[in-house]
Design a protein around this ligand. Structure first.
Ligand SMILES: [Zn+2]
Ligand SMILES: [Zn+2]
Length: 565
């Protein structure tokens, strides 16, 4: 998709235009990656990801970046959304961003584009954008921007990083990467392009920090093969492999072993099935038709001839593996003799769910194999030596760690300093902290919103921190509801109050507490007989809360209703 020459003049940005980097997600957290690169009034967006909620964000499906800043910058012309690769933490929010900026085109490599199209079609937004497909290594012309893409290995095919041309030099965005020299698909990093960037001059490197605390070099995806091979050789029953729905490289490995050991492969879970279908159609996932079997046909296959790939490596309750562990899957069960391989790194915060799933699977008689037991997973992200190498190869003037919690960003910054980047040229930012480059160099700019936008079943952004806090209280201490009937004319109490509680204390076994509640009701309604029911309700709620907290050391939500009869 190249037609650079005829428009060369439009690519010229005068030195007077300020370059601005606006990170909107992925800094200080793992997930919801999104950055904006601006030159004067022109801008491009790189990635629009989601983040999965932590345990304490009850009822939240996922979180998207807060891109209010872009909505408010009416003067800014957004020329395109560029994607580094197809993982959810880089693509998941595409429907929200496309919906907000209709008409802005998308740029992505074939697999990423295909995965994006699935999302856009489901959201009925295909007509609101144009998906421009490019091959890794292509140079893109996005409005007045010239962007060189380069291939980089990760854990999904078709990953790229970007070199964005600016009057101050190249801004290189690493995407997610590892310098795997023996990747499953044989496609190594485009070192030539990286060297070329260095020759042209890199003003800023924005580098993936996920594994910045990990010394050494991340093992190649290929080493997982040996561990898997040993398991496949020994397993007598079915083999169930759980990994991320988008981990195409792992699906490929498992498919190869399936054929080698004369088994059939079934794929469970909507997202993984869709991803595999897309990748196969693009020729990026090689599985023969005769190796595949539909999930509803697996009962006719001898257990020793079957492999099932599934989602749920993070213990997510709605994914296949967790349903299997709890005996809740509609079409299959885990049976004694099954070997379950959990081929994924547990994302911090998910340990509990993963551990519960593993225990349940053991209970059902399966043999469960996971990372400390056997090397069935390697990270898709660079470790320290690879980070050093990338910094050395590119030799950037400024450095900005991205993709990671603060500790990862700090660790990455330390590495950059050790490689000779002056500490004053290293910028650790949080989401929403703007960086500006002009003739005078790079410095911090203003701060724009960069927080969380929660998405749950009912909508986007209408769930705030307060609602989550309520859900936390309800989950932890439950609630107590007291319904009181009073005479409308005399204000006198009619009968006993009705006390309802859930998740707090089993009231039938708590006679003293019930008596205390009755006595408080009596006190507030009879002795404190304020005429205003609103006031009485408030007072009742307060006294009940105080008593319950003192007596039970719990803080249930307390509601009271006063009916006038
Ligand atoms: Zn990724
Ligand atoms: Zn990522």
């Amino acid at each position: 998709m190249q037609n650079g020459a005829n428009n060369a003049r439009r690519l010229f940005f005068p030195m007077s235009k300020k370059l601005r980097i606006v990170p909107l997600g992925g800094l200080g957290e793992i997930g919801k990656n999104m950055s904006v690169i601006e030159l004067g009034e022109d801008a491009i967006i790189i990635d629009t990801g989601i983040m999965f909620p932590s345990n304490d964000m009850l009822g939240i499906d996922y979180i998207i970046p807060d891109f209010r800043y872009l909505l408010e910058r009416k003067d800014l012309k957004i020329h395109g959304i560029l994607y580094t690769h197809g993982h959810e933490d880089h693509t998941g929010a595409t429907e929200y961003v496309v919906d907000a900026f209709r008409g802005v085109p998308i740029y992505a490599t074939p697999l990423t584009a295909a995965l994006l199209e699935v999302k856009l079609r489901e959201a009925k937004l295909m007509n609101e954008t144009t998906v421009n497909v490019f091959a890794p290594g292509d140079t893109l012309k996005v409005g007045p921007f010239r962007v060189d893409s380069y291939l980089i290995p990760h854990s999904i095919p078709d990953c790229v990083g970007f070199g964005i041309h600016t009057p101050y030099g190249l801004v290189v965005h690493s995407g997610d990467y590892k310098l795997d020299n023996t990747p499953i698909d044989g496609k190594r990093a485009d070192y030539t392009k990286i060297a070329e960037f260095a020759r042209k001059g890199v003003v800023l490197l924005m580098g993936d920090s996920t594994n910045a605390e990990r010394p050494g070099w991340t093992p190649s995806e290929s080493i997982v093969n040996a561990a898997f091979d040993a398991i496949f050789r020994q397993a007598k029953g079915r083999i169930i492999v759980a990994t991320f729905a988008s981990h195409i490289s792992r699906i490929q490995q498992v498919a190869q072993l399936t054929t080698r050991y004369d088994r059939k492969l079934a794929i469970a879970g909507h997202s993984m099935t869709e991803n595999a279908k897309t990748a196969r159609r693009m020729g990026l996932l090689d599985i023969a038709d005769e190796s595949l079997i539909n999930l509803d046909k697996i009962n006719g296959v001898t257990p020793s001839k079957l492999v099932i790939m599934a989602t749920g490596s993070q213990g997510e309750p709605s994914a296949v593996l967790s349903k299997l562990a709890h005996g809740q899957h509609r079409s299959m069960d885990v049976i004694a003799g099954d070997t379950v391989i959990i081929s994924a790194h547990t994302i911090p915060g998910n340990e509990e769910g993963v551990s519960r799933t593993i225990n349940r699977l053991f209970q059902r008689g399966a043999d469960v194999i996971y990372d400390p037991i056997a090397p069935v997973h390697v990270s898709g992200h660079a470790s320290q030596e690879e980070m050093r190498l990338l910094i050395n190869l590119l030799n950037p003037k400024y450095f900005m760690p991205i993709h990671g919690e603060l500790r990862h960003l700090k660790a990455h910054a330390r590495l950059a300093a050790q490689q000779g980047i002056p500490p004053e040229n290293i910028f650790i930012c949080e989401n929403g902290m703007v960086l500006e480059i002009d003739k005078g160099g790079m410095r911090r700019g203003e701060r724009v919103p960069g927080g969380y936008v929660f998405v749950d079943g009912s909508g986007v952004g209408d769930i705030g921190r307060a609602v989550i806090k309520d859900r936390e209280i309800l989950a932890r201490d439950g609630f107590v509801l007291v319904v009181v009937n009073v005479d409308a004319t005399t204000g006198r109490l009619l009968g006993d109050p009705e006390i309802i509680s859930r998740g707090f204390i089993y009231l039938r076994d708590a006679n003293t507490l019930v008596e205390q509640i009755k006595s408080i009701v009596n006190d507030v309604i009879v002795n404190n007989g304020a005429s205003n029911n609103g006031r009485r309700r408030e007072r009742l709620q307060e006294s009940l809360s105080r008593m319950l907290f003192n007596d039970t050391k719990r803080r249930p939500m307390v509601f009271s209703v006063i009916n006038e009869r």
